[in-house]
Design a protein around this ligand. Sequence first.
Ligand code: CTP
Length: 419
Amino acid sequence: MSEQKKYRVGLGVCGGIAAYKAIEALRLLQKQNCEVSVAMTKHATEFVQPLTFRALTDTYVLVDDYDESNPDPIAHINFSQNIDLLLIVPATANILAKFANGIADDFLSSTYLASNAPVMVAPAMNVSMWNHAATQRNIEQLKADGVIFVEPVSGELACKTVGTGKLEDVENIAEQVMKVLSLESIVQSPIVSSTQDSRLKTLDLKGESLLITVGGTREAIDPVRFISNHSSGKMGFAVAEAAQKRGAKVTVVCGVTNVEPPENVAVVKAISAQEMFDAVMQKLPESSVFIGAAAVADYRPKQIAEIKIKKTVNDIFNLELEKTPDILANVAANRHEKLLVVGFAAETNDVVNYAKSKMEKKNLDLVVANDITQKGAGFGSDTNIATIISRSNQIELPLMPKRELADKILDEVLKLRAK
Ligand code: CTP
C-alpha cells in the first residue's frame, strides 16, 4: 500500500466551551497522518490547558510570542510558513472579527495574517452572537477573502438556548480538512470555494434512490480462469458516497473492486455480467436514478468448462465468446417514468462523438465520457478528466478527484430532475 501524504495542519484553538472538541479534531487529523501544531488564544487556555495539546503533539504550544518559555523568537512567521492549512476550532466571534479586519494583536491573529496556506474556520458561539449583524458582516468578508467555513449547526447550545451556533461534528471538520488538503496537493492552487464545504451538508438528493453498478465483472472460462478488466470501482464508489452524503438512499451492485465500499450504502455482490444484470433488474423498480459506472464485460465465454481446461499440443486456443446482456441499455429500455439513466463511456479516441452515439443508442439522459489515455484519467486513478454530456448540454471538466467529479455528475442529475 502506498504511504499516504503527510500534511501539516496548524490548529488554532479559541476561547469557547467547544475548545475541548479541538482535542478530538487533533486526534482525528493525526489518525489521517497529519502533523498538527497547535496555537491557542489566551482565553482558550482558560478552557483547556496547553499541556494537553503539548502532550498529544509533542511540540511547544504557542499562546504568546513574547512568552519567555517560547523557544522560537519569530514563532508566528515560522509557524505560519510551515503549514499546509490553518484550521480554527472553535472559531469565536472575536477571532472572526479580528481575521476579517486584519487585527494582529496576539499569536493566532498574527499567524492568520502571516500565512499563505488555506484557512478553514469552524465557528461555535451563542446564537445571538452568531446572528449579530457584525458577526455576519465579518463572515461575509472572510468568505470573500477565501476563508473556508465549516458552518455551525443548529442545536442546544452550552448557554441552554437553542439555535445555530453549535460546532459542526469534528468528524465532518476533519473530513473537510482532508478534502481541501488533497485538492490543494492535486491542483496546487486555492480552488476550494466556501460553497464546496456547505455542499457536504446539503441534502439535495433526499427522496432519491440511486442504483449504481460499480467495478469490473468476471466472466468464467473454467473453474480457475476468467476474463475481466482493470476497473477499480473508485468512480462508482465515489458517486455512491457523494449521493449518500447528499441524502439519497444508495444501493451499489458491486462487481470486482480494489477498494472498500463507502459507509451507509447497501451493497449487492454480483461478479458476472449476468449476476449484475439480475441484481439490477430486481432493484430497479424501487430506484429513481440508475448510474452504470461498472466496466461490464461485453462478451463472455459461450461455454463455461465444468472442469479445468488442459493444455493441448496446439499453439492456438480458440475461445468462443457471446455477448453479455447490456445492463444500461436494458435499464433505459424498461425505465419507469421517473427514472433517470446515466452511463459512462471510457474511450481512447474520438471520445465525445462515441459518447454521444452511446447516449443515443442506449437512450441515456446523461453520459460521463473520459479519455482513458490521458494522464490522471485511467483505471485505478483517484482522479479523472471527464466531459458530462446531456441532450442539451456538454460540460468539459478539468482534472479533479473522482469524489469531486461525483458531485458534479450528481449536480447534473439534479438539473435533469428539475426539468
Ligand atoms: N454497460 C452495461 N452493460 C454491459 C456493457 C456496458 O451496463 N454489458 C454500461 C457500462 O456500465 C457503461 C456503459 O455501458 O455505463 C459503457 O458502454 P459500452 O457501450 O459497453 O462501452 P464499451 O464497452 O466501451 O463499448 P464500445 O466497445 O461500444 O465502445
